[in-house]
Design a protein around this ligand. Structure first.
Ligand code: CP3
Length: 350
């Protein structure tokens, strides 16, 4: 780490921390910060009709991305989209049923994989990239813009099962019974996700985050093969075209040993931490190599009050003097009171 960084007016503080500096104050953003806990999001969502229309209509995507920045002044905005846009642009049928989560046409063998596209359908992806450029134009100068994609493992779990499942059993089983198919699926996602991230960075994103939300269901050897290795390849492909690309990996549920191995193998700039990690051990293990992002339990934010204050204080204390970006340990839940978000920010900003 580069030690105490002198933040200047107009400087993008999240980007500064991703470059390895310790910021004068802790920057803040929240996973799923644009979403159903905000009445202004629900209004646009209703107008758009369905979730995918929202994602593919630049006017809407720009508006909902900016909503939490206007309301809370977060230090980073994250592109409003979804990780399942990648399989959708490969030709998978996708819909979001109210209250039920995503539904996809399943990809369970090489024949089904070969029926999909090799590249992302430009008619879908160009609308997302247009939104990125417009968001950058409209954001305050000092706000970092983050793009993202799902990690190949996590996206593959939804493609194989056709929906979310409690432990991603269908994808784990496919990786064991038909490893040639599963490797080909991961390879397709590595190449297309890298192109997608490169597109976002060229369109104006300052950094990108790779969400591996289901890393925690893998045994250590499978974690190496299906989580670390694909992320390592994406980082290499992206940096071959955008050498200074800043990349955050969020391997939710990874062990400290797994997290450490991922940091050493991939060369990411930062890791996102869920709320279950031992913060001080993690800081000792990888805090000298990468920036740390996280890790307030989203349920603590629902609880609010003294529990919230105490958790925020402990978190700040554990990361004092580290290159740290405040975040939740997973996405904010729809039932979270806005007043609790305000209270958390006030506590952090002092
Ligand atoms: O963080 C942000 O604010 C940016 C937008 C964003 C969304 N999804 C919007 C969304 C991001 C970064 C994601 C990532 C995503 N999507 C992940 C990885 C992170 C994680 O949460 O683990 C995953 C696994 C998905 C897949 C997905 N999308 C699921 C399982 C669901 C249904 C669950 C739910 O919360 O409804 C979605 C839908 C979704 N993606 C919504 C939002 C705001 C809700 C859609 C609605 O408005 O009805």
């Amino acid at each position: 780490m580069n030690g105490q960084g002198k933040s200047e007016a107009g400087e993008r503080i999240v980007k500064h921390v991703l470059d390895g500096h310790v910021a004068a104050r802790t920057p803040i953003w929240m996973m799923r910060q644009a979403g159903r806990y905000l009445p202004e999001y629900r209004a646009v969502r209703e107008q758009a009709g369905d979730f995918l229309t929202l994602c593919y209509t630049p006017d809407h995507a720009v508006e909902v991305t900016l909503q939490p920045i206007r309301r809370f002044g977060f230090d980073a905005a994250i592109l409003f989209s979804d990780i399942l846009v990648v399989p959708h642009a490969l030709g998978v049928d996708l819909s979001f049923e109210a209250g039920e989560g995503p539904r996809l046409s399943r990809t369970t063998n090489l024949t089904e994989l070969n029926a999909l596209r090799d590249d992302l359908d430009p008619s879908r992806i160009e609308r997302v990239l247009e939104a990125v450029g417009r968001i950058r134009e409209e954001l305050p100068r000092e706000t970092t813009l983050l793009g993202f994609c799902g990690a190949p493992w996590t996206v593959a779990t939804y493609m194989v099962a056709g929906r979310g499942t409690p432990d991603q059993g269908p994808a784990r089983l496919a990786s064991l019974t038909d490893p040639a198919f599963f490797q080909a699926l991961i390879d397709r996602l590595v190449d297309t996700s890298a192109r997608y991230l490169i597109g976002q960075l060229k369109a104006g994103a300052d950094a990108v985050q790779i969400f591996d939300s289901w890393a925690g269901v893998l045994d250590p050897e499978s974690f190496r093969r299906w989580s670390i290795e694909p992320i390592r390849r994406i980082v290499a492909l992206v940096r071959a075209e955008v050498p200074d690309a800043r990349i955050i990996a969020f391997p939710k549920g990874a062990t400290l040993a797994g997290l450490t191995e991922l940091v050493l193998a991939t060369g990411v700039n930062a890791v996102g931490l869920d709320w279950t990690v031992e913060r001080r051990d993690t800081r000792r293990a990888v805090g000298g190599r990468v920036a740390l992002q996280g890790n307030l339990d989203p349920l603590v934010l629902i609880a609010g009050g003294a529990a919230l204050d105490a958790a925020v204080d402990a978190l700040v204390e554990d990361f004092r003097g580290a290159a740290h970006i405040f975040n939740l340990g997973h996405g904010i839940r729809p039932e979270t009171p806005i007043a609790h978000v305000e209270r958390m920010i006030a506590r952090l900003r002092g």
